[in-house]
Design a binder for this molecule. Structure first.
Ligand code: ADP
Ligand code: MG
Length: 718
């Protein structure tokens, strides 16, 4: 369905095909893909490597040596001089350290070398990456290990430099995960193991692995670089800390799906070309709801590759934007008063023989399978709503979730009217009956007919079933998708484990499956909600149902410190207690650091830009007033304006001291949670309060004097 042909079609409709001389000819040219490996590796080596990729069999150094050599030759032919172990530390962005292939020869020259050992293991200095106490600084060593399940690729920069990137996991000397990839890979293992057990119990004999699949839709803003360069807030924190609303916002709804302007489509074309070369299946692009906001969606792939590719998408959005005199903002809320950005994480489970386990099937057998799997996910989401919330918490998302914008901070699942009715009928022990041609008639009475095509859409739900996958919409736009998917996979593994335990023991599997669905929906159906998630009524209703409403990142992270969370992640071998705790600390620290930077940028802008500007203008006004008085003319209007501005300036200066005091206090706290809480409860409100006065001043001071570009400049002059 979604193939290169589709991409070609999309591209040609966008008019880029000519420029790109046919996408199919450039797609994946910078990937050391399966095809390239097949061509370049001896048969035995290729087979050995496939075994490692598909079944996790240990990789011998012999195989690694041959693969490394072939990879190097391929990379050099394409112009590479360096390689890097490409990894994903807890900073949430990727890290790379480049080494050239050169090795000296006896006669004073060099040869190009890349050994199996260099391919499978690296040793970057890890001392400056966050580790939450896992790696004492005296033990600075960290290790990177080749992840052969995500293909190596080449990165090209604007000046034509080419670097071979080897996707790797990153861990400490003692083997603890210091990165985002390792737990993701482990969670994929966990969910596969449990899903296969359930499949076996249901009579499936053909599938041997189950992979979680993800298609992450990426939202972002673009602004002209000349405006960005003038804003300390954007440079320091990725969002505007001040700015009065522009006269026009998003109320006309004329941006969403609007015609893409030439400057933007030129950027998108270059972006697509670079992404396609690296094998990223960039597919859909459109204008988003807010002015200057856009979206890019790839075709889904296995979670691991989707996570790697999403990192590349974020990196290249920013890189290619600069080539067009633009800056790409991937912050969750760059501008107050218009929509923020998220990442819609479309997630499902697929077997190695091509079955989507969340696809309502065409036969009774598939139907039973679907109901069991979908119920397990519903249970997982209800039981671990707090973990899903924690997995999608970051500093920027505090400005989106629950703050009168999509989505709310309450986790609920949208299932569509028909499916919901079926599930609740089952829970009540009612036999659901076929509703004619809308339903697949499955001919058994223990299980109901399923809607053929779930076309219902609900744009307000944080976790929406969209026909054959769940769309997790709470994920922040700027973070790695590894975290949320590690949570999704792990909690689903637990639910499936419990299902498998029951099915394996059952005398009549079909009866037990039906009983399980009934039980789960009776108990966890409370998490299903198909209405408007933005309404006040839902907040009240959710409270009645006992669903958590977690408003801040600091509060959301608290679940990571609970013993039962450590037990869950240890049980499924995703994170040890130590690894989990290190993440808790790192994320709390990250929050404090983010707010600290924002507050310091606010202070600096107010002290060095806004106050001096206002003082200059009030001085000018005062001169005008005394001039008018000397001339015997009326100065009522000027005096009134001067009065208003002076009052706001007074107030702002007071609020500035409040902010500075709050900041100093928070900076002085050492315990990570209290520190973060102090930043949230004291610093954030003080900064917001200060912003109000500055934004009010912006509307009173002449545009020509205002020291930074306005919202109207940034959002509408693209
Ligand atoms: P929307 O209505 O949200 O635009 P689309 O059908 O266009 O939905 O899909 C959005 C994303 O979901 C795409 O990235 C797509 O590849 C992905 N997707 C489709 N099927 C699956 C699946 N089985 N697993 C994971 N992601 C999927
Ligand atoms: Mg979507």
């Amino acid at each position: 369905m979604e193939s290169i042909q589709d991409i070609k079609r999309v591209v040609s409709t966008n008019g880029h095909l000519k420029k790109n001389k046919g996408v199919a000819t450039i797609f994946g040219t910078n990937v050391f893909s399966d095809k390239v490996m097949k061509e370049r590796l001896p048969k035995e080596t290729y087979k050995g490597l496939r075994k490692t990729i598909e079944q996790g069999a240990p990789l011998t150094l012999e195989v690694a040596n041959v693969v490394a050599n072939a990879m190097k030759d391929w990379a050099i032919e394409k112009g590479a001089s360096h390689y890097t172990h490409w990894f994903q530390p807890l900073t949430g962005i990727t890290a790379e350290k480049h080494d050239s292939f050169i090795s000296p020869t006896a006669d004073g020259g060099v040869i190009m070398e890349f050994s199996g050992k260099q391919l499978i293991q690296g040793e970057p200095d890890a001392s400056s990456f966050p580790s939450g106490g896992l790696r004492a600084t005296f033990e600075a060593r960290g290790y990177t290990a080749w992840d052969c399940t995500s293909p190596a690729f080449l990165k090209e920069d604007a000046s034509g430099n080419v670097t071979l990137c080897v996707p790797t996991a990153f861990c400490s000397y003692t083997g603890e995960a210091l990165d985002k990839k390792t737990p993701l890979l482990r969670s994929m293992e966990a969910v596969s193991r449990q899903a296969v057990r359930v499949l076996r119990a249901l009579g499936n004999k053909t599938s041997s692995r189950v992979t979680s699949t993800v298609g992450p839709e990426q939202e972002y803003f673009l602004i002209d670089k000349k405006f960005y360069d003038q804003r300390i807030d954007l440079i320091a924190s990725g969002r505007t800390l001040f700015g009065a609303p522009s006269p026009k916002g998003q109320e006309l709804e004329d941006q969403y799906f609007g015609a893409i302007r030439d400057r933007i489509s030129g950027f998108m074309a270059d972006l697509n070309t670079e992404l396609w070369k690296m094998g990223v299946l960039a597919k859909t692009q459109h204008n988003e709801v807010a002015p200057a906001q856009f979206e890019l969606a790839p075709i889904f792939s296995t979670t691991n590759i989707a996570a790697d590719h999403n990192q590349l998408v974020m990196e290249y959005l920013q890189k290619i934007a600069l080539r067009h005199g633009l800056v790409c903002l991937i912050h969750e809320k760059p501008f107050a008063g218009v929509n923020g950005s998220g990442k819609h994480n479309n997630w499902s489970l697929a077997t190695d023989d091509g079955i989507n386990l969340l696809e309502p099937g065409k036969t009774p057998h598939d139907n039973e399978q679907f109901l069991v799997f979908v119920s397990a996910v519903i249970k997982a989401v209800d039981v671990h709503a707090d973990l899903l919330r924690a997995g999608s918490a970051n500093t920027g998302n505090d400005l989106r979730l629950g703050a009168n914008e999509a989505p709310p901070a309450i986790i609920s699942a949208f299932m569509g009217d028909e499916l919901t009715e079926i599930l609740f009928d089952l829970a009540k022990g009612k036999k659901a009956s076929s509703k004619g041609q809308h339903h697949l008639n499955i001919g058994v009475d223990s299980l109901p007919a399923l809607p053929k095509d779930n076309t219902d859409r609900n744009r307000t739900s944080p976790f929406a079933f969209t026909g054959n996958k769940f769309e997790f919409r709470m994920v922040p736009s700027s973070i790695s998708i590894s975290g949320p998917n590690t949570v999704l996979n792990t909690i689903t593994a637990e639910a499936l484990d419990e299902v498998a335990n029951r099915l394996e023991k059952a005398k009549d599997v079909n009866k037990e499956a039906a009983a399980l669905v009934k039980e789960i929906i009776s108990k966890h159906g409370r998490v299903i909600f198909n209405g408007n998630n933005y309404s006040e009524d839902w907040i009240k209703e959710a409270k009645k149902r006992g669903l958590p409403n977690i408003r801040s990142m600091v509060e959301a992270l608290e679940v990571m410190a609970k013993p039962e969370t450590a037990k869950l992640f240890e049980k499924y071998k995703v994170l040890t207690k130590g690894e989990l705790h290190s993440r808790y600390e790192v994320y709390l620290e990250k929050y404090s650091k983010d707010i600290n930077i924002e507050a310091r940028a606010s202070v600096e802008m107010v002290r060095r830009l806004y106050i001096p500007t206002v003082i200059r203008y009030t001085g000018e006004l005062a001169q005008v007033i005394s001039g008018l008085r000397a001339a015997g003319a009326s100065s009522t209007v000027q005096k009134a304006i001067l009065g208003d501005i002076s009052a706001l300036l007074d107030s702002a200066v007071k609020k500035l001291s409040v902010l500075e005091a709050a900041l100093k206090k928070a900076q002085g706290i050492s315990e990570a949670h209290s520190k973060a809480a102090s930043f949230r409860d004291k610093v954030v409100p003080a900064a917001n309060d200060l912003r109000k006065d500055i934004d009010a001043l912006e509307t009173l001071v002449p545009t020509s004097l205002w020291p930074v570009p306005s919202y109207a400049d940034m959002l509408f002059k693209l």
